[in-house]
Ligand binder design. Sequence first.
Ligand code: GLU
Ligand code: ZN
Length: 303
Amino acid sequence: MFNPDLIASDINRPRQQYRGRFAPSPSGLLHFGSLIAALGSYLQAKSQHGQWLLRIEDIDKPREMPGADTQILNTLEAYGLHWDEDVLYQSKQASLYDAVMDELLANHMSYYCRCSRAEIKALGGIYQGHCKHRNYDKQQSALRLINQHPVDDFVDGVQGLVKVDNGLSHEDFIIHRRDGLYAYQLAVVIDDIYQGITEVVRGCDLLEPTARQITLYKTFGKPLPSYVHLPLAVTEQGYKLSKQNAAPAIDNDRPQPALIAALEFLGQQPDAHLIDATVEQLIDWALQHWQLNKVPKLKEISL
Ligand code: GLU
Ligand code: ZN
């Protein structure tokens, strides 16, 4: 059995204390879409007198933009979103990820796979355990988790009951990629446990991977966080706003308009006079008036 103590969150910390986080990847500057995730997770944590932690998800070097991490921190400060504790950089967590993978291998809870994407597609798109008994070694292989805890649905604080595609939820999914990168699922769950996160608030683009993340918590024998998936900001053409499609960075010199727009997007009703308030006053107002039940499930904006 997997040793749950391997991923220690501080055991002296009372479990009832709310701990949320914002976990940007430094692939670009913060844009309106990321501001929504940052602001929503901040307000949800701070309105409950919780902690709000910051984690920089810098384990995908090829997709990083040099200097983006520092600029993200500066933007959050300029927007009045001050985090608690030290920033956690995923690039410093490799030895923990490796220890977890060793433990999974030692307990026969994972296996190496050499199938290419094209091969899996040709076999119907869902991975059927083709390499499970092939005893491949590490070279040129991805590592897959033996999925003993498939998750078919879960309850989300904004989206309600979320049903997951059956084929996907039962798959033995990749936790370490063939190109040597750690899978997002693995790193995010290990670090959410490590940081003692009790609720995950993020954008709806990460709704689908949530099922696999819950599978990992169950595999590790750890209590689940609750989940809140905020509506996504999409462009008029229906594209998700992201660093990849070069959504405009938000303005550090005058945060008020973007903060007010983000609050409106999240279904809150900011007073018009807040446009002349200081950033601190604006965030204070938002904290006092934050209502999760006003956040819409879906929302579109035009740019
Ligand atoms: N690093 C991920 C992103 O920027 C977010 C991870 C998460 O919030 O779980 O899309
Ligand atoms: Zn395979």
